[in-house]
Write a protein that binds this ligand. Structure first.
Ligand code: KG4
Ligand code: ZN
Length: 349
């Protein structure tokens, strides 16, 4: 069965085709980063309008790359939430119209489930069960993943997400948007040991996180430097601060991920979401897991941040697990800007 998937929850328009047997066939993606850059962050109304402009050309592109035509498609998936309401509505209405016009089932997908299952598109792919560290712009969660649709929340952030910590500190350092990649790039020139920054909740027994104190600490360091140097921060100090910030975030994520492995007794860790593209996090988790006799899995680098492939793929996983009613052709739909992942879990028997 071939499923076309649409992602439009935030600032990326993604369309992809996945086969329930063969996996990902093709995907097409447009990032709105350049458009939002001059505003220093995502402007929701501009995001929605741009999704409208991009979605049909990207649909053609994905189908062409897959060597398929519309009539080859058997089902349509789309991100139904969480995300920006207007942006979600674009993907949802295009997907539902596609499905209605072709007489196909439409499958609403939870964006985080897309991220969570995306490492299964990599080769080698992890077997269930595994611990998932989900680190996106809006979420930081540790989960025990027993199978498709069977997720147990182990811990989550009490305030800012790890991605937000990257973005907010980058912003106050004047690095622009999106902050994560910018801060991480600058950090390559810096010394991570040069500024002592807090590792919030690293010693707490639970698996929760807190990142909001970190940006305040960075702001305080910046103010101190400026006070001492007549308002000037040197390039090296900027790089050192970036490296110290990245090290603090990576430390906390790694400490809590290992704690989750110990608590669950599992040996496989899966990292998903935009922050999973961070090289320091990748190499740190790879080495600590190896040292413990475990293994860490990441999505292919280009599929860490938002994309259509993970949405079509999550739909394929749900179909294969028998969790989708393929006879539902009602096409009544809604989007859910706020949506707990727990709602898409199969009831425990
Ligand atoms: O998963 P994602 O694309 O969107 C959400 O669902 O939120 O994640 C975006 C987040 C942003 O906070 C961005 O700064 C962060 O992922 N990010 C990174 C890197 N690439 C993206 N953070 C650190 N290092 C990176 N290389
Ligand atoms: Zn995302």
């Amino acid at each position: 069965m071939k499923i076309i998937g649409f992602e439009s929850s935030c600032d990326e328009t993604g369309v992809a085709v996945v086969c329930t047997q063969q996996g990902l066939l093709a995907h097409a993606l447009h990032s709105q980063i350049a458009m939002h850059q001059e505003y220093g962050g995502v402007v929701p109304e501009l995001a929605s309008r741009d999704h409208i402009r991009r979605v049909l050309p990207l649909t053609r592109e994905a189908l062409t790359k897959a060597g398929l035509s519309i009539s080859d498609i058997d089902a349509v998936a789309y991100t139904a939430g969480p995300g920006l309401a207007g942006a979600l509505l674009v993907g949802a209405s295009v997907a539902q119209s596609f499905a209605w016009a072709r007489g196909l089932p439409a499958i609403p997908i939870h964006h985080l489930e897309g991220h969570l299952l995306s490492p299964l598109m990599a080769n080698p792919r992890p077997e269930f069960p595994f611990v998932a560290l989900l680190v996106s712009g809006g979420h930081t969660q540790l989960m025990r993943v027993n199978g498709t649709g069977d997720y147990e929340l182990l811990g989550e952030t009490l305030d800012d997400a790890a991605g937000e910590a990257f973005d907010k500190t980058a912003k106050l350092m004047g690095l622009g948007y999106p902050g994560g990649p910018a801060l991480s790039k600058l950090a390559q020139q810096g010394d991570p040991g040069s500024y002592v920054l807090p590792r919030p909740m690293q010693h707490s027994k639970d698996l929760d996180f807190s990142f909001s104190g970190l940006k305040t600490a960075v702001l305080t360091r910046l103010r101190d430097i400026k006070k001492q140097q007549g308002g000037v921060v040197t390039d090296q100090q900027q790089a050192d601060l970036a490296a110290s910030t990245e090290a603090a975030i990576v430390d906390v994520l790694a400490i809590k991920a290992i704690k989750a492995m110990k608590q669950t007794g599992l040996r496989r860790l899966v990292v998903a979401g935009g922050v999973g593209a961070n090289h320091q996090l990748r190499s740190r988790l790879t080495s600590v897991l190896e040292a413990r006799g475990g293994k860490v899995f990441f999505p292919p680098l280009e599929l860490c941040t938002d994309n259509g492939a993970m949405i079509a793929f999550a739909a394929a996983m749900r179909v294969n697990a028998g969790l989708v009613d393929l006879n539902d052709h009602s096409h009544a739909f809604t989007v859910r800007p706020r949506w707990d992942l727990h709602d898409v879990c199969t009831p425990l028997v």
